[in-house]
Write a protein that binds this ligand. Structure first.
Ligand code: FAD
Length: 287
């Protein structure tokens, strides 16, 4: 482990100030389940940890039927998936956050940390994308809002600028006829990185899909927004044919690598299977 300084931010502006003063090796500390491991293994140079867990705005968990859900960037996963409003209205978040690590990890890890780590395989990322998640960022030039689907620029890389950090993630309210689901494939039951994952959100009105969002994980350099897969569903009743067309479109845009966890062929196949499965789960949840 490298020698690291630690600072506890007193508010959001203080966190921004500490990050700027700390320079390029200052990192936000949420649960530390990625960051501490990376620092210990010297995979990431860290001079300063800026702990945001004592600032209320980073730890919120608020739900309102009119405005939706607001999750602080450092709110621990166990609080998020344990919340009744999340369970009822945003089960895709529960699907993903209950499989991240194990119970001990979930007691510390956060959605903001999963975002900030920006792994293409981060489990909550496709779920947040299809739910229309928007990250509120704070930095030296004030605040801005960025859809989760536009946050990533490469493996472990994102649009955050110097001194900028995620404060919270917002999700729109859930309307009638809407449902969402997320699923991953791993060779074991737990404690592994996804070989592939998919999230689906559908809105069904008058027997037809009027809107949809599909996102994929671990099949490209970043989590993918699969617009063509969503287009295959929109404007028609949900049938075996339309679901299969969406799966084909998802497989088509997947551009995975072969590594110790899976091959290109397997991952492209999984993109189809998981897309089809999560669309069906999302529709079942409406019913
Ligand atoms: C045993 C084990 C199992 C795991 N299993 C899984 C798994 O199944 N699926 C999965 O997706 N992940 C898994 N992980 C990885 C990790 O737990 C998750 O990515 C988790 O969501 C990280 O959250 P955290 O709060 O601990 O982040 P931290 O480690 O505190 O931070 C992660 C990164 O994000 C940055 N960051 C944190 N908060 C902010 C912020 N507010 N603004 C800007 N940047 C920020 C940090 O600087 C750091 O670079 C596992 C880790 C371990 C150790």
């Amino acid at each position: 482990m490298q020698a690291v300084n630690y600072a506890r931010a007193t508010d959001v502006d203080d966190a921004v100030r500490l990050l700027i003063e700390g320079g390029e090796n200052a990192r936000v500390l949420a649960g530390g389940t990625d960051l501490i491991v990376q620092a210990r293994e010297r995979k990431r140079n860290v001079d300063l940890l800026v702990d945001v867990k004592h600032v209320e705005e980073f730890m919120v968990l608020e739900f309102d039927t009119n405005t939706g859900l607001k999750v602080g960037a450092a709110t621990p996963l166990y609080q998020v998936y344990g919340d009744n409003n999340v369970k009822i209205n945003y089960p895709a978040i529960v699907d993903a956050s209950t499989v991240i690590g194990g119970k001990a990890i979930q007691g510390r890890a956060s959605l903001g940390g999963n975002l900030g780590n920006s792994s293409p395989a981060g489990d909550s990322l496709p779920a947040m994308i299809v739910l229309g998640g928007v990250a509120t960022l704070a930095g030296p030039n004030g605040r801005r809002e960025v859809p989760v689907g536009e946050f990533f620029t490469g493996p472990g890389r994102n649009i955050l600028e110097t001194g900028e950090l995620i404060v919270y993630i917002s999700f729109p309210p859930v309307g009638a006829g809407e449902g969402a689901a997320w699923e991953r494939f791993i060779p074991r039951n737990e404690m592994d990185i996804a070989v592939a994952s998919a999230g689906a959100w559908v809105k069904i009105e008058g027997g037809s899909v009027t809107d949809a969002r599909i996102a994929l994980g671990a099949v490209a350099a970043t989590p993918l927004v699969a617009n063509d897969a969503a287009e295959a569903l929109i404007g028609r009743p949900l049938t075996d044919e339309s679901i299969s067309a969406a799966g084909d479109a998802a497989s088509e845009i997947a551009s995975p690598i072969t590594d110790m966890r899976g091959s290109i062929k397997q991952r492209k196949h999984l993109a189809k299977v998981l897309t089809e499965r999560t669309i069906r789960m999302a529709a079942d949840r409406i019913r």
